[in-house]
Structure formats: structure tokens, C-alpha cells
Design a protein around this ligand. Sequence first.
Ligand code: UP5
Ligand code: MG
Length: 194
Amino acid sequence: FTSDQVTVVFVLGGPGAGKGTQCNRLVEDYKFIHLSAGDLLRAEQNREGSQYGSLINHYITEGLIVPQEITITLLKNNIEENYKKGNTKFLVDGFPRKMDQAITFEEIIVPSKFVLFFDCPEDVMLERLMERGKTSGRADDNIESIKKRFKTFEDTSMPVINMFESQNKVIKIKCDQSVEEVYADVQKNIKGRL
Ligand code: UP5
Ligand code: MG
């Protein structure tokens, strides 16, 4: 794809920052397809006949990044299928969260247009995830996994955000406010950039 054909916005931020919540709002108001890398991995994990089920389960429970080949293939297939149906605008949520993924995706699929970075203090994210964990059924919404996810985010994913920052591609949004307030900030900041 060229960046004239396909628009990709990366949606990044710590675990529980509100990426998925804000993407859902953006899908309602703009013609975006929402691709959550985590959701795609969980679906692949549960797909009958998948050879990666137990591998994905292990990485997610340990808060580690699944090898990029798997995630990028899932994203690429989805973008291609959607493009055939005439969809050209994609929110890629929770990806790239490791440097190799960022480089490979932009090389073999398309460069991102910009990055939405949901910046949220850890104590706020922890509270949200523990609350969600009561009903989410997610294997990683427990205190042990959450601590590992936070560490991976700091050590492995923040450098990716800093790299995009140095390219002036990052729109940083403060997330410790209501969903409505965060979304108002998002709309204000993406105006004119799509
Ligand atoms: N909530 C949201 N916004 C709120 C607000 N403003 N005020 C109050 N409450 C708010 O929100 C989390 C919770 O907070 C919800 O209950 C929500 O109602 C509330 P959500 O929108 O779900 O936050 P999100 O940032 O999407 O959190 P998520 O848990 O999905 O983030 P993660 O990045 O941890 O999860 P993801 O699914 O992206 O990845 C999971 C795992 O998959 C990773 O840890 C990793 O192991 C693996 N993975 C890879 O290996 N490679 C990838 O490329 C991607 C994932
Ligand atoms: Mg999410």
C-alpha cells in the first residue's frame, strides 16, 4: 500500500489507558476500521486449529510481546481484506509495542500517518484494570500479569513512542479524566490531520 491508498493511525498507551474505549468512539464518528492487536491475538488464540494458541496464551499471561511475525500477519490480512471491501482508514490499537514491529510494519505494510498516545498514570491504569478484571475474563487482568504488562510497557513500548515522538508524529492525550473529556481532546487534536 501507499499512504495515499491507506491511512493508518497507531493508538498507543499503557495497559488500561483507554485505547479501546477511545477507538470505539472514533469508529462511531469517523469511517475507521478498528484493529486491536490484542483482540486479534486473543481471537487467533481461540481459533480452532490455530498452531499458536498456547504460545499466545503464554505471552499474554506473562505480559510479553508475541513474536512480531504472528501479529503482523494478522494485521496485514485484516487490512488487505478490508481494503478489498473499500475500507481505507485504520486505527491500529495497541501496536507497535516493540521497535522491531514498528519498523517491519511501516516497511512492509504502510507508514503510519500519526500516533495517538494515551498517557495515563500507573495507579489510574491499575485501578481500571482491576475493576475490569472482575468481569472481563481476560487472562491478564490480575495483579501479577498487570505488573508484568506495566514493566514491558516501560521497558519495551515507551522507546517506540519516543522514536515516533522524535519524528514529530505523536499526539499526546492526557487520560486521567472522563471518557468524554479524553474524547473531546482527541477530536480537537486530530482535526485537520486526517
Ligand atoms: N476506562 C477507559 N477509559 C476510561 C476513562 N477515561 N475513565 C474511566 N474509566 C475508563 O479501558 C480499560 C478500562 O478502563 C475499561 O474498563 C474502561 O471502561 C475503563 P480500555 O479502553 O479497555 O483500555 P486499553 O488501553 O484498551 O486497555 P487494554 O487492557 O486493552 O490494554 P493492553 O495494551 O494491555 O492490552 P492489549 O489487548 O492491547 O494487549 C494485551 C496483550 O497482548 C499484551 O500485553 C501482549 O502480551 C499482547 N500483544 C502483543 O504481544 N503484541 C501486540 O502487538 C499487541 C498485544
Ligand atoms: Mg484494549
